[in-house]
Design a protein. Structure first.
Length: 461
């Protein structure tokens, strides 16, 4: 019987084909992971109440804020492993893997402590409506109790992706998704109706259980691997070189992601001022459009791994080719999917909400994203390439200034001139435009710098 080959050498072969083979499983993995949240929201909204849906939605950006830094470290781990793989450095790969798993456990423990301690403070900070406050807190505390499983899975998946293996993380999330949906529905239906909106706890428990399954699965895969990427006990150390490599890319990547989360939390705080219908409508629109974000993120992760392996191998022309082709494919997908979201907007929104006022707010959110999301593509792909060649500090600075900074200026200077829901949402495309232009200039600068030593990233063979 032939053994299935999961790994991929991204330094050789046709770029378009490898981009699709690599990115599509990442896309499906992201979609499946998002289905955890979507299932939570559908079950909360349809089997419990709109109040429960708002409670789930109000915690999403808080969770992202706390986990983004540590998920950034998993990106640093991917870059470290990919670079050593590209350079045929077996010892370096193994040390990176052992170091990364230890960092995953440390990260998970820190997140439990921080999340549980600051839960109420963060709900207060975003002005959570009082009618959903109790249920938001209950949901968030359960989710944070299980966050170590979420972190461990992402670190393990990052290791596999560095080796070009994007299918097995997808398989784990597929099975985890089935577990999540079954438990979501079962627990909500089995909990006594007298609990009312507190039945949202069943939704949270289902998500934690699915993450537990995925984390165990990814560790088993690494332990049973027979290649360079096998997880071995003797490499369970915090080696200095991989720690530095992981932190060098991971911390700026995480901080850049935090910039997004901070900006989004500020927007959520302003949305909350319009009431729970606005929160429910925005939550439903985000639940639709986040799937298009996963399309972009899949090719961003592909750009990171392509750049990491080719950077280690010194193949700079191939980095340029992969970046351009990833940008083109991503843009085409965003246009097609955004058009479909516009065409079926009401049908999609009705999956989550039923109230007319909440539906109207959802339409505004969805229309803004559908029309303007194409502007975000350059930022996503170019930041991925820059991270892959260990220039994530540069992308962090750009995101802090032009995602977080521009949105703050827009919200505090321009929104008061026309304090409407639409005006608030225009902060998204405005910030994406400035960030995209800045990342293009940054990419040109880095490409020319490499060109002084070997071959410019801007030119192809």
């Amino acid at each position: 019987m032939l053994k299935v080959k999961y790994e991929m050498d991204l330094t050789e072969g046709p770029v378009y084909k490898q981009l699709l083979i690599f990115a599509l499983p990442v896309l499906f993995t992201g979609v499946l992971q998002q289905l955890f949240n979507t299932a939570d929201q559908i079950v909360a909204g349809k089997l419990v109440s709109d109040t429960a849906l708002a409670a789930v939605g109000s915690t999403a950006e808080i969770f992202n804020l706390f986990t983004t830094l540590f998920i950034g470290l998993s990106t640093g781990l991917t870059v470290s492993c990919a670079k050593h793989k590209g350079a045929d450095d077996t010892e370096g790969v193994k040390k990176s893997i052992g170091t990364g798993i230890i960092l995953a456990f440390i990260s998970g423990a820190i997140l439990v402590l921080v999340g549980e301690t600051l839960c109420r403070m963060m709900l207060d900070l975003i002005s959570t409506p009082k009618e959903v406050y109790e249920y938001s807190e209950l949901y968030m505390r359960i989710i944070f109790a299980g966050v170590p499983f979420h972190i461990l899975y992402n670190f393990g998946a990052g290791i596999l992706r560095a080796n070009g293996d994007t299918r097995r993380p997808m398989y784990l999330l597929a099975l985890g998704g089935v577990i999540n949906v079954i438990l979501n529905v079962s627990l909500v239906l089995l909990l006594p109706e007298e609990l009312g909106d507190k039945r949202v706890m069943g939704v949270a428990i289902g998500t934690v259980a699915s993450n537990l399954f995925a984390s165990i699965g990814v560790v088993i895969i690494l332990i049973k691997s027979t290649g360079v990427f096998r997880l071995e006990k003797k490499y369970f150390h915090l080696y200095k070189e991989p720690v530095v490599e992981i932190l060098k890319t991971g911390i700026p990547t995480g901080l850049g992601g935090i910039a997004y989360s901070i900006a989004n939390i500020i927007i959520i705080k302003n949305i909350n001022q319009f009431g729970k219908d606005a929160l429910a409508g925005n939550t439903s629109a985000n639940s639709i459009f986040v799937y298009i974000w996963h399309w972009m993120n899949a090719f961003k992760i592909a750009a990171i791994s392509f750049a990491g392996q080719c950077f280690g191998a010194g193949k700079y022309k191939r980095i340029s080719e992969a970046t351009r082709k990833a940008t083109l494919v991503t843009a085409i997908g965003v246009v097609v999917l955004g058009g479909a979201a516009l065409l079926f907007s009401d049908q999609l929104l009705h999956l989550f909400i039923s109230g007319d006022e909440a539906l109207q707010y959802g339409r505004i959110s969805l229309y803004v994203f559908a029309i303007s999301y194409i502007i975000f593509v350059p930022t996503m792909i170019l930041s991925g390439t820059l991270s892959g060649v260990e220039r994530s500090t540069l992308t962090m600075v750009l995101n802090l200034a032009l995602i977080c900074g521009v949105r703050l200026i827009w919200i505090f200077v321009f929104v008061p001139l026309d304090p409407t829901f639409l005006m608030l949402f225009l902060s998204y495309p405005i910030s994406w435009f400035f960030a995209g232009v800045a990342h293009l200039f940054a990419y040109v600068y880095v490409a020319k710098k490499f060109g002084k030593d070997k071959v410019s990233l801007l030119k192809t063979e």
